[in-house]
Design a protein around this ligand. Structure first.
Ligand SMILES: [Zn+2]
Ligand SMILES: [Zn+2]
Length: 99
């Protein structure tokens, strides 16, 4: 007899079978159910990954996990960013004088 730890509940149990990894049929069942649930979730994410999720503003591919329709860089108002960049250029070119 060998003492092992159940792969599901971690309780020690004795077995002669080298392939037995659960202490009881209940634990085996629960572990199997969890594996099925995990596979289901993985398949769900895979299906979602197959779909394109382009940003509505710039068309850039976004993370498959996001529910947003606009990407992070567009969330910062692009016109505001452009305006700020223009201002910086104008300052550099001396068009705008700083106090
Ligand atoms: Zn167990
Ligand atoms: Zn975008």
């Amino acid at each position: 007899m060998k003492t092992k730890h159940c792969d599901w509940c971690d309780h020690p149990f004795e077995t002669k079978l080298s392939y037995q990894i659960y202490c009881s049929p209940e634990c085996r069942q629960l572990a199997t159910k969890e594996k099925i649930a995990q596979k289901y979730l993985k398949d769900k994410i895979k299906k979602r990954a197959g779909k394109l999720r382009p940003c509505k503003n710039c068309g850039r591919q976004m993370s498959m996990y996001t529910e947003e329709t606009i990407c992070q860089s567009c969330e910062i108002n692009p016109d505001e960013v452009k305006g700020a960049l223009k201002e910086i250029k104008d300052i550099i070119n001396g068009k705008i004088k700083l106090d």
